[in-house]
Design a protein around this ligand. Structure first.
Ligand code: SF4
Ligand code: SF4
Length: 139
């Protein structure tokens, strides 16, 4: 049977939306990768919630030191990391806030903001060079 879709104003005040399907095992959820969790239809993980983003972070593996700062600080859990290695950005949930770029410590940065419509290849081709101490002082 197709699941009923309701608007936000169809719910009574105080209604509870469950994050996981009723029959899912949630006891070990912290150790289950997000893509393997039985999220319910009312959980925002199941939808793209980033279509209003105007800029996006692009990841450049060439400079990344896998410090995981971006993963820790992202307020939307949109940095994908596996076995302590930065993998990329979950663009269905990233809101384009730029915090991951701010906290990235490498020179040049391993994450940079680009216009939403720019392709990843174009972004990587336009990556800045390493900044010297002098360049930084003159800023
Ligand atoms: S831009 Fe913001 S929401 Fe997107 S990955 Fe970076 S910190 Fe997360
Ligand atoms: S903050 Fe920068 S260097 Fe650290 S894991 Fe993220 S992209 Fe890599």
């Amino acid at each position: 049977m197709a699941q009923e879709t309701r608007g936000w104003n169809d719910f009574d005040a105080g209604a509870i939306l469950f994050s996981f399907n009723k029959d899912s095992n949630v006891n070990n959820i912290a150790n289950t990768l997000p893509e393997n969790r039985a999220y319910s239809q009312s959980n925002s993980y199941t939808a793209s919630v980033a279509d209003w983003r105007v800029e996006k972070p692009v990841f450049n593996r060439d400079f990344c030191i896998d410090c995981q700062f971006c993963w820790i600080y992202c307020p939307d859990m949109s940095i994908v990391s596996r076995n302590e290695k930065m993998v990329g950005v979950d663009y269905d949930h990233c809101k384009g806030c730029g915090i991951c770029v701010d906290v990235c410590p490498t020179n040049p940065k391993s994450l940079l903001m680009f216009e939403e419509k720019k392709s990843e290849n174009d972004a990587l081709a336009n990556w800045p060079k390493k900044e010297s101490k002098k360049d930084k002082e003159n800023k």
